[in-house]
Write a protein that binds this ligand. Structure first.
Ligand SMILES: [Zn+2]
Ligand SMILES: [Zn+2]
Length: 82
């Protein structure tokens, strides 16, 4: 899962919420094809950052990605449209 610059994420460690554009990234030393993502506030990367629902004003964690007519979306179960 690669967050888009506009998507919102939350750090499980310090609970900071920030945009995908602000995430710190570095090439993974374990796998050259993937990258590490770290919280811009506490700089931890041990626990994966949580992607938040992309519905406006919803700060639940996104549970699933699904294709919508306007493009791919990540939402919580409540904002998922079948
Ligand atoms: Zn953090
Ligand atoms: Zn939601």
């Amino acid at each position: 899962m690669r967050p888009s610059p506009a998507s919102e994420l939350r750090c499980p460690q310090c609970r900071a919420v920030f945009r995908g554009a602000d995430v710190l990234t570095a090439p993974s030393p374990f796998d050259p094809d993937s990258e590490l993502r770290a919280c811009p506030q506490c700089r931890q990367c041990e626990e994966p950052l949580r992607l938040l629902c992309d519905a406006p004003d919803c700060h639940r964690e996104a549970g699933c990605g699904w294709p919508s007519p306007k493009g791919y979306r990540w939402t919580c179960w409540q904002h998922q449209e079948a």
